[in-house]
Design a protein around this ligand. Structure first.
Ligand code: BV8
Length: 241
């Protein structure tokens, strides 16, 4: 498959969606989760991304997130982020859904982005549920506490075993049912329920385009597979539009 074929498909399609995973940020120098040198090995174990781990040892969980935040603070968007931000202007109903929590899509200028797994730069009071944006690195106090009620603050991300935000999921399900072209970019397609999104689009007659450096469980199902780096392929597609 070629980037020209994908560009031709996108030019004809209405209602284009993109779903990104950690791979969209890897050319910004952000480690992915499951690749060699990945987050779940390098900074913290996957089993720390759970409410049980936080209840057991909030300090340990926050040390892991503080390390990731310090690493992320030095990173900037790459051409892949920039192209996706530009497609909001090109297509009025283009919508970006991301599993990343690093905020690089927003930094690149994406406004219509649904961060389904949350945002590492936000903290949520475990008692009040109030959310604060905090970009301090390193954290001055670990674990941080709510300035109003002094309860623990937690990272405002979705951990394993936690539901994705209901409002976001309602919007996404509507978008998926009408989507004509879904770009699935830089995700191992292993984490649910996001891994199911391409199946929903296919079931409703939409086309699925996978952009990834490797094969994934989605590769056999995708209508178009562009193997390579998102930071190179997305500008090529953009140029061919
Ligand atoms: C839930 C946030 C239910 C925190 C993360 C079936 C149905 C429903 C649920 C389940 C199910 N089966 C299992 C589950 C449970 C679980 C799950 O999916 N487990 C997996 C491991 C099997 N799911 C959940 O727990 C979800 N919640 O279902 O709740 C519920 C309902 C009601 C009430 C109660 C409960 C919550 C999942 C969210 C977990 N949070 N992160 C944090 O970041 O700290 S997960 C984490 O994985 C990140 O969000 C990450 O984005 C996400 C997915 O990983 P990827 O982004 O794909 O990253 P990965 O490293 O794996 O892959 C990178 C890819 O990029 C690779 O393919 C690589 O080849 C490619 N790549 C690399 N470089 C490039 C590139 N591609 C292109 N260009 C490059 N340059």
């Amino acid at each position: 498959m070629s980037t020209q074929q994908v560009a031709d498909l996108l030019r004809q399609a209405k209602r284009i969606l993109a779903v990104t995973g950690a791979g969209i940020s890897s050319e910004s120098g952000v480690p992915t989760f499951r690749g060699a040198g990945g987050l779940w090995g390098r900074f913290c174990a996957e089993d720390l991304a759970t409410p049980e781990a936080f209840a057991r040892d909030p300090e340990l969980v926050w040390r892991c997130y503080d390390e990731r935040r310090q690493d992320l603070a030095l990173k900037s968007p790459n051409p892949g982020h920039t192209v996706l931000a530009g497609w909001e202007k090109r297509w009025p109903d283009f919508q970006l859904i991301t599993q990343t929590v690093d905020g690089l899509h927003q930094l690149a200028g994406s406004k219509r982005v649904i961060p389904v797994h949350g945002n590492i730069w936000e903290m949520r009071c475990v008692d009040e549920g109030s959310i604060v944006i905090d970009r301090s690195v390193p954290l001055s106090t670990i674990p941080p506490r709510c300035s109003r009620c002094h309860a623990l603050l937690r990272p405002n991300v979705v951990w394993f075993g936690e539901p994705l935000p209901a409002a976001a999921m309602a919007t996404i399900n509507k978008l998926l049912s009408r989507c004509q072209a879904l770009l699935v970019i830089g995700t191992s397609a292993m984490v649910y329920p996001v891994a199911e999104f391409p199946l929903i689009v296919k079931k409703n007659g939409g086309r699925v385009i996978e952009i990834n450096t490797e094969a994934t469980p989605l590769t056999g199902l995708a209508d178009y597979v562009l193997q390579g780096r998102a930071g190179e392929i997305l500008p090529e597609i953009d140029h061919a539009l």
